[in-house]
Design a protein around this ligand. Structure first.
Ligand SMILES: [Zn+2]
Length: 95
């Protein structure tokens, strides 16, 4: 079963905004390969792929978030350690 391409509305091409191109320009529609229609099975397959990728990226983001939290804790700990060392150094009269 086929549907009208949502990107080009069935035209097979899209108008590039004048502000972007500086003149009247049309681009062939990549989504439907300029046919103006899309096979629903292809869309269903694309949705599966995008859902899978979305899930992977979501997990990756969670991991990055936890890493950032750990790095911030480390940074605070090191800054406090540095301040303490500097204070001791000053108190020893060498500075
Ligand atoms: Zn199209």
């Amino acid at each position: 079963m086929k549907i009208i391409c949502p990107d080009c509305k069935g035209n097979g091409f899209t108008r590039i905004p004048y502000a972007q191109a500086g003149e009247e320009v049309h681009a062939q529609c990549e989504k439907c390969a300029s046919s103006g229609e899309i096979d629903l099975k292809i869309l269903a397959d694309q949705i599966k792929v995008l859902t899978f990728r979305n899930e992977k990226l979501h997990h990756h983001n969670e991991k990055m978030e936890l890493d950032i939290i750990e790095l911030r804790k480390d940074n605070k700990r090191l800054a406090a350690q540095f301040d303490e060392s500097l204070k001791q150094f000053r108190n020893s009269g060498d500075m």
